[in-house]
Design a protein around this ligand. Sequence first.
Ligand code: PHE
Length: 335
Amino acid sequence: MDEAITTLRDEALVALDACGDIDGLEAFRIKYLGRNGAVSGLMRSLPGLAPEARPAFGRDANKLKQEIEAAFTARRENLAVNAAADRGGVDITIPGRCLPGGHSHPVSQVSLEICDTFAAMGFDIAEGPDVETDFYNFEALNIPSHHPARDMHDTFYVSDSTLLRTHTSPMQIRAMEARRPPLRMIAPGKVYRCDSDVTHTPMFHQVEGFLVDEDVSFADLKGVLSLFIARVFSVDTAIRFRPSYFPFTEPSAEVDIACVICGGKGCRVCKHTGWIEILGAGMIDPEVFRSVGYDPEEVSGFAFGIGAERIAMLKYGIDDIRLFYENDHRFLSQF
Ligand code: PHE
């Protein structure tokens, strides 16, 4: 073997042994195995040799290259293992594991979509406290303590005069107290009732909406809600206003849409009526205006309350509300 090759071999192997870390190893790689390194230098000296010496020299130089490369790889692995041992057995050269990205909850998505739809119609968004006073949740909404309508709400009381709000309607009072008409507001949030089965959870979400101005009529309410239903479901969704009762609206209505499951033919979900209730609404009662110091002779308005889980269940064909709150990744990842 040519002396230049054996000299380089000895020198390189000693230098490799002396490499104590990744930086040293990189310097070694550049010096011996790089494009302008010593091994390439041997190859480049080939044309200067006597023609008969060239084949053997080329073969030996190639062998040397492979030998140094193998030694280099072994040394690198050896250094990584030692480094891991220094770090208590953690091998920092192992590639990281990807954490899957999350997304917002289907009920949050639907609440946001509802708010966006009304924001596009010029409604402002407001939020209020989950722990409410009896005054905002009931009294000011024309539900005095002796009123039979308190039975409609299974209330969680925090103390005699504070409770977990049973609906988002207290936001009507808070907004009307804080501002003057004209008012167009939307108020999403959590509400609480002592109730639990396939269609009820003790906590659920509502989106309250209300508009107060001069000469607001039931036709305005119908127009706004029809546009909302067309946007969130589809333009050809049939709508029905059914007379109902809420102490804070007069007249009051519950709004149904044609069953999204059977298209109105009748099925288990719509209890064979062809219709599904999606919200409560009505013209704001004069008593409510009086409780915030508005003159019911001067202003009128409408209000509505939408159940977010209910909309989500209909949109996605979910038949058990409790699925939303079991935190089962297989369920949530579908949205
Ligand atoms: N607050 C009522 C409920 O929770 C819904 C509603 C809101 C009805 C506004 C009329 C007007 O059932």
